[in-house]
Design a protein around this ligand. Structure first.
Ligand code: NIG
Ligand code: FE
Length: 417
């Protein structure tokens, strides 16, 4: 494996000597960096770093690839802890319908929304799904993402949920990304069970969860806790059933209304609760005493014109906060984590430092890769990106719409596509 030395780095961003698992409250605005630095990569890992002023001779390094990063910055890869990147087709007709005045809910009531994607997915083969997902993965890699969580949830029957999860397993094998997989059978009630919701919940608990666990197809179990989707009690029942089979809970919580998703998530020791547009004071208190990472998904709130989540209030209360993309065909047809930073800063008044901490260390915690990713730390996986020449780290979220990622390194190798 090639050894890489990056020298003359204008700024090495998000340096953490001491292992931290989450960054909370006021600390979120602190971003440890080193100016005029070098970084050594060996055997897929971050081997060492330091100041150019005490640049060591690395005489014993043979076949060393040297990258001159003059004027450029090095960031740890973005960690995107919430996506639905495996899907069939697209839903721009619904986008246009919403522009003309229909709401997300009205479209869903007409059989659009998740059920629209579900029909398309059920008709697609595993190979077709993989071939549609790979270019999306390529795109997010070029935008700086180095780890991604991917959910099922458009299958909505045993066979198609397993098909989605098998595609995610293939993605783990085929791409250089670090991938975690989530079973989201409880994403919506399929048409066939519209009058028999109990029947679908039983199917999830008695057939889907055991089959997913048996084939070791997922690390997490997720659920859409929302009016017309899954209730508070159903959320607890399904998450508990998943936990019994070794699946760690996550929740789509408080997205379109206050539905108790945060409370259910905290109760079930969810690793994250995601969306949070309708989070209230009581939820913030519950999160303060929990292991659960509050995660905002700025792409979805922006695309569907939801109210802003009270991100500032959560950080000011002392909570940690993570940012993920929610890449999916219905509410966030992009996985561009640079854009997520900008929306969080512009719309929710996070500082650029807070947004960077939220998209690296804290999102790494939300998919349990904080020991191997999320910061520049000796011994962590060398998943990082080198920017184009930029004046400051704030410039990333400032330059909304631009991709300032120039070179991507995954598992210690320069990504060539
Ligand atoms: O995270 N909220 C539920 N699920 C997705 C949207 C799914 C879809 O519309 O296809 C989300 O926003
Ligand atoms: Fe989602």
């Amino acid at each position: 494996m090639q050894k890489i030395l990056i020298k003359n780095i204008k700024k090495l961003v998000q340096l953490r000597d001491v292992q931290v698992s989450t960054i909370k409250g006021k600390d979120m605005d602190v971003l440890p960096c080193l100016d005029d630095a070098w970084l050594a990569i060996d055997n897929g890992l971050i081997a060492d770093y330091g100041s150019m002023s005490d640049f060591p001779g690395i005489a014993d390094w043979k076949d060393l690839q040297v990258i001159d990063a003059s004027g450029k910055m090095v960031f740890p890869s973005w960690v995107d802890s919430h996506t639905h990147i495996v899907y069939a087709g697209s839903r721009e007709q619904e986008f246009t319908d919403r522009i003309k005045g229909l709401s997300y809910e009205e479209i869903a009531q007409r059989g659009g929304g998740i059920l629209n994607s579900s029909k398309k997915l059920q008709d697609a083969s595993e190979e077709e799904l993989l071939q549609q997902a790979l270019p999306r993965l390529h795109e997010i890699i070029l935008q700086g993402t180095g780890a991604v969580e991917i959910k099922s949830g458009y299958g909505l029957n045993l066979e198609s949920e397993l098909k989605m999860l098998r595609v995610i397993k293939k993605i783990k094998e085929l791409t250089k990304l670090t991938v975690k997989s989530t079973f989201l059978g409880a994403h919506a009630f399929p048409l066939a069970y519209k009058q028999n919701k109990r029947g679908y919940i039983d199917l999830i608990i008695k057939e889907m969860i055991p089959a997913v666990a048996e084939e070791k197809l997922a690390e997490y179990i997720d659920i859409f806790c929302e009016q017309n989707y899954f209730s508070f009690d159903e959320t607890i029942e399904i998450l508990e059933a998943g936990r019994k089979h070794g699946l760690t809970p996550k929740v789509h919580a408080e997205q379109m209304s206050h539905s108790g998703g945060v409370e259910a998530g905290v109760k079930c020791k969810a690793i994250s609760v995601d969306h949070l547009e309708y989070v209230n004071e009581a939820d913030i208190k519950l999160l303060m005493n929990s292991i659960t990472m509050p995660t905002i998904l700025p792409g979805a709130a922006y695309f569907v014109s939801l109210p802003n989540p009270p991100a500032r209030q959560m950080i000011d209360a002392g909570l940690p906060l993570a940012i993920a993309s929610d890449f999916n065909p219905g509410t966030s047809p992009t996985g561009n984590m640079n854009l997520m930073q900008s929306i969080a800063c512009i719309q929710y008044k996070l500082t650029p430092n807070e947004a960077i901490n939220a998209s690296t260390m804290n999102s790494a915690y939300a998919m349990q890769v904080e020991k191997e990713l999320g910061s520049i730390t000796i011994g962590k996986k060398a998943n990082l990106f080198i920017t184009k020449p930029i004046p400051s780290s704030d410039f990333i979220s400032y330059s909304f719409g631009s991709n300032l990622v120039e070179t991507v390194i995954l598992n210690g190798e320069v990504y060539k596509g």
